[in-house]
Design a protein around this ligand. Structure first.
Ligand SMILES: *[C@@H]1O[C@H](CO)[C@@H](O)[C@H](O)[C@H]1NC(C)=O
Ligand SMILES: *[C@@H]1O[C@H](CO)[C@@H](O)[C@H](O)[C@H]1NC(C)=O
Ligand SMILES: *[C@@H]1O[C@H](CO)[C@@H](O)[C@H](O)[C@H]1NC(C)=O
Length: 657
C-alpha cells in the first residue's frame, strides 16, 4: 500500500472516532438546541423561564463532581461574597482576577459527572455570571471534554457581533424594529432577500443548495443590511472575522491545556510565525515596508468600540519584551539558565536547552495576565488582537528572540534529511487570482431579544445578515515533476515568499502546503489542489441556519451531520494568498523543499482545538523547518539549495467580478 493512502486511512479513522457514525441522535439534538438557545443574546438577561428557574442554584453537592478543587471553592466563596465580576462590566481574561474567575467556573463545568449537573450549572452561570466569563468557560469545556466535543458553539463573531462590526452597523441592528419594518415594507437599507441569494452559496458540504436547507429556512425571513464600502489597505485582512477568530479559538484551546507543553509551544510559535509571514506578504503586496516592522503611531481608527492601545499598555509590553530579550541574550552568553525554581542548568547538556526554551518563551495567554484594569483595547482583547497592527511588531520581536535561542542551542542534524538520487525538475501552477467576494454575516445576536420570544416561547422568525466584502481567491493547482533513482517516501513543503532575492533572513516565508508521498524510480508527476492543503477550512453555516437545522432534525426531517460546522482551529482557506495586483500582477516566488520521510508522522486533533492527542506532524524536523533558524545569507544554505528544492516565479492577479 502506498504510504500516503495508508496515512490518509489512519487520519480518517481518527476523525470517525470524534464523529462516531456522523449523525446527531435525539439526545445530541436536544443538548445542541438548548445550547444555542442559552447562547442566544448571551449579553442580555435570559428570557427563558424554564431555564431561569433551573439556573437559580449552582450545584454545590460535591458528589456530583469528579473533583471538587480549590478553584471551585474559591469561585463559590467569591460568588457568595458578591465579589465576582458584574454582569455588565468589561471582561478580559488577561486580567488576573477575571482569569481566576473563569478558571473557577470552568472547573464547575468540566468536573461535572453528568449532563444534568453541567446543564444546571450552565443555566446558573447564564443567569448569574458575566457573559464573557460564561462564554469563555463554556467554550473551553466543549473543546476539552471528549463527551461533549461534538456540540457546536456558534462562531465567536456571531455570539458577539458588537466586537467585530463598526458602530453604525451595530446601532442600526440594535434599533431595528421588525414590526415597523414590515409595516412600512423595506424602508431604509435593510431588504428582504430570497434564500437562494444568501452568500456564499458554496459552503462546505454544499449545505445551502440542499433541499433540507430550504425546508429548514422556510419560516425565517432573511434580511440583509448593506455594508457601504470595501475596506481599504490592510483592513480587509486585519478586520476579517475569520482571521481574527482563528487566533481566538487557537488560544482558547491552548489555555488550561496541560499535555506536552514543549510540543504545544513549538506549534504555537509556528502558528505565530505563519501569521506574521502572511501579514508581511500582504504588506509586501501593498508596497508597504515589511522587512522589519515598526510600532504604529497612535492611529485612531473610528467606528470601533475599542481603542487601539494605551501608552500604559505599550509600556508594560515593552518592559516584558526587553526582559525576554535580556534572558535570551544571557542564556546565549553564559550557556546556562536559572530556572524558576532556583536551580541553574547548563544549556549545552542533554535536552536542557528544551527546559530553558519552555521557561523563557510564554505561549499560553494565561501566563501573561496583568494586574491592572485597563479599558477595552484591541490588542489586549483576545477576540480582536489580530486587528491591532502593533501585535505584528511585538510578534516579530518575540519570534526573533525565539529563533536566536533555537539557532544557538538546537542540535543540528538536519542535513541527513536531504534526499539523494532525487531531483525536482519542474513545477507548473495554474493562475493565481484573488477577488473581493460579497458574503452575508449573521448579526442576529445584536437584534433586540424581544423579537425571539412569542408568548414565552423561543422562536426565530427572521435573521439579519450584513453584506460584507471579504477576501477570496480562486482554487488553483500545482504540479511537480520529479526524477529519482530509487523508491523513497518524501515530505514536500511549499512556501510562498516575495520576489526579492536579497537576504533570505528578512523575507517572509509562508508555508502554503505540506504533504507526504512516495517517489518511484524514474519520472514522477504529482498534482496538488489548493482545496486539499492541510489545516485550512472553508465556510460554515450561520448561527441562524444552525438553529434551524437542529429544529428540522428534531422534527425528524433531517439527519443532522455532526460535521455541519467547520473546525474552529482551522485557518480560513480563502486567506492563504495575498491580494494580487490589478493590471500589474504581484510578483512572488514559490519555494518547494523536499525532505526524507522518517516514518514518524503523527496525527493530532488540533484542527478542532483539542490538543490532548498532541500535534499533527509529518516528521521530527521542527515544524517551521527550514525557517526555524536563520539561514545563512552569503553562501546558499544547504537546506534551500540543491536538487531537492525548487524555486518558481509566480504572479498573483486581483480581479473584479
Ligand atoms: C461531512 O462529512 C461528509 C462525509 O465525509 C462530507 O460528504 C460532507 O461534505 C461533510 N460536511 C461538511 C459540512 O464538511
Ligand atoms: C527545578 O526544576 C528542574 C526541572 O524541572 C528539576 O530538575 C530540579 O530538580 C528542580 N530543582 C529544585 C530545587 O526543585
Ligand atoms: C540517476 O542515476 C544516473 C546515473 O548514475 C544519473 O546520471 C542521474 O543524474 C541520477 N538521477 C538523479 C535524479 O539523481
Amino acid at each position: 500500500m502506498r504510504f500516503c493512502v495508508f496515512l490518509s486511512l489512519l487520519f480518517l479513522n481518527i476523525n470517525l472516532e470524534v464523529f462516531a457514525n456522523g449523525i446527531g441522535n435525539r439526545y445530541f439534538l436536544e443538548k445542541q438546541r438548548s445550547l444555542l438557545e442559552i447562547l442566544h443574546h448571551v449579553q442580555e438577561p435570559l428570557l427563558n423561564d424554564q431555564w431561569r428557574s433551573l439556573g437559580e442554584q449552582l450545584v454545590t453537592d460535591k458528589e456530583q463532581y469528579v473533583f471538587y478543587n480549590k478553584h471551585m471553592t474559591e469561585f463559590y466563596k467569591a460568588f457568595n461574597l458578591g465579589k465576582l465580576l458584574h454582569r455588565n462590566a468589561y471582561y478580559n481574561p488577561l486580567f488576573a482576577d477575571h482569569y481566576q474567575q473563569t478558571l473557577g467556573l470552568y472547573h464547575f463545568f468540566y468536573n461535572t459527572r453528568d449532563w444534568y449537573t453541567l446543564w444546571q450549572n450552565i443555566c446558573w452561570a447564564r443567569v448569574h455570571i458575566n457573559p464573557g466569563i460564561f462564554v469563555q468557560a463554556l467554550t473551553q469545556v466543549l473543546f476539552k471534554r471528549e463527551d461533549y466535543q461534538a456540540l457546536i458553539m456558534p462562531k465567536i463573531y456571531e455570539l458577539w457581533p458588537e466586537s467585530y462590526h463598526d458602530d453604525i452597523t451595530v446601532s442600526k441592528a440594535r434599533k431595528f424594529n421588525y414590526a415597523n419594518w414590515i409595516r412600512y415594507e423595506n424602508t431604509g437599507d435593510i431588504e428582504e432577500i430570497h434564500p437562494q441569494k444568501m452568500e456564499p452559496l458554496n459552503l462546505e458540504g454544499d449545505l445551502r443548495s440542499s433541499l433540507e436547507w430550504f425546508q429548514a429556512m422556510a419560516d425565517v425571513s432573511i434580511l440583509r443590511m448593506k455594508q457601504p464600502k470595501k475596506r481599504k489597505q490592510l483592513y480587509y485582512l486585519l478586520e476579517d472575522i475569520g482571521w481574527q477568530s482563528y487566533w481566538y479559538n487557537l488560544n482558547i484551546g491552548i489555555a488550561f491545556t496541560e499535555e506536552n507543553s514543549i510540543e504545544l509551544q513549538e506549534w504555537w510559535y509556528f502558528q505565530l510565525s505563519q501569521l506574521l509571514a502572511r501579514y508581511k506578504l500582504e504588506r509586501y503586496g501593498q508596497k508597504l515596508t515589511y522587512k522589519t516592522l515598526a510600532p504604529e503611531e497612535d492611529i485612531k481608527r473610528q467606528n470601533h468600540r475599542f481603542e487601539e492601545e494605551s501608552p500604559k499598555t505599550s509600556r508594560i509590553i515593552f518592559k516584558r519584551l526587553e526582559k525576554l530579550e535580556e534572558r535570551v541574550a544571557d542564556a546565549i552568553t553564559f550557556r546556562s539558565f536559572q530556572l524558576n525554581n532556583g536551580s541553574l542548568i547548563n544549556l549545552d547538556v542533554d535536552d536542557n536547552w528544551l527546559i530553558g526554551l519552555g521557561e523563557i518563551f510564554p505561549y499560553d495567554w494565561t501566563q501573561l495576565t496583568i494586574e491592572q484594569d485597563i479599558q477595552p483595547e484591541l490588542l489586549l482583547d483576545i477576540r480582536t488582537t489580530l486587528r491591532s497592527e502593533n501585535f505584528y511588531y511585538y510578534a516579530e520581536r518575540v519570534l526573533q528572540a525565539y529563533r536566536w535561542y533555537r539557532q544557538v542551542f538546537q542540535p543540528s542534524d538536519q542535513k541527513i534529511f536531504i534526499p539523494s538520487d532525487f531531483r525536482i525538475d519542474d513545477m507548473q501552477i495554474s493562475p493565481l487570482i484573488t477577488y473581493d467576494q460579497q458574503v452575508d454575516v449573521d448579526l442576529s445576536n445584536i437584534l433586540h431579544a424581544k423579537h425571539f420570544y412569542l408568548a414565552g416561547q423561543f422562536v426565530w422568525p427572521f435573521t439579519l445578515q450584513q453584506q460584507q466584502f471579504r477576501f477570496q481567491h480562486k482554487d488553483f493547482t500545482y504540479n511537480l515533476q520529479i526524477s529519482s533513482n530509487k523508491t523513497q517516501s518524501t515530505i514536500f513543503r511549499t512556501f510562498l515568499t516575495t520576489s526579492e532575492r536579497g537576504r533570505i533572513q528578512r523575507e517572509p516565508f509562508y508555508q502554503l502546503d505540506s504533504f507526504l508521498t512516495v517517489i518511484y524510480p524514474g519520472l514522477n508527476r504529482i498534482s496538488r489542489e489548493s482545496n486539499d492543503f492541510r489545516g485550512l477550512i472553508g465556510d460554515h453555516i450561520s448561527f441562524t441556519e444552525l438553529h434551524q437545522f437542529v429544529k428540522l432534525a428534531e422534527r425528524e426531517e433531517y439527519d443532522f451531520p455532526l460535521n455541519i460546522s467547520t473546525p474552529n482551529c482551522g485557518f480560513p482557506r480563502r486567506l492563504m494568498l495575498p491580494r494580487g495586483g490589478r493590471g500589474n500582477p504581484l510578483k512572488m516566488r514559490l519555494l518547494i523543499v523536499a525532505t526524507v520521510y522518517d516514518f514518524k508522522a503523527r496525527q493530532g486533533n488540533e484542527l478542532y482545538c483539542d490538543f490532548s492527542k498532541g500535534i499533527s506532524r509529518w516528521d521530527e524536523l521542527p515544524l517551521a523547518y527550514p525557517f526555524d533558524r536563520f539561514l545563512d545569507d552569503d553562501i546558499q544554505a544547504v537546506e534551500i539549495s540543491g536538487d531537492h528544492v525548487f524555486w518558481k516565479d509566480v504572479q498573483i492577479m486581483h480581479e473584479d467580478f
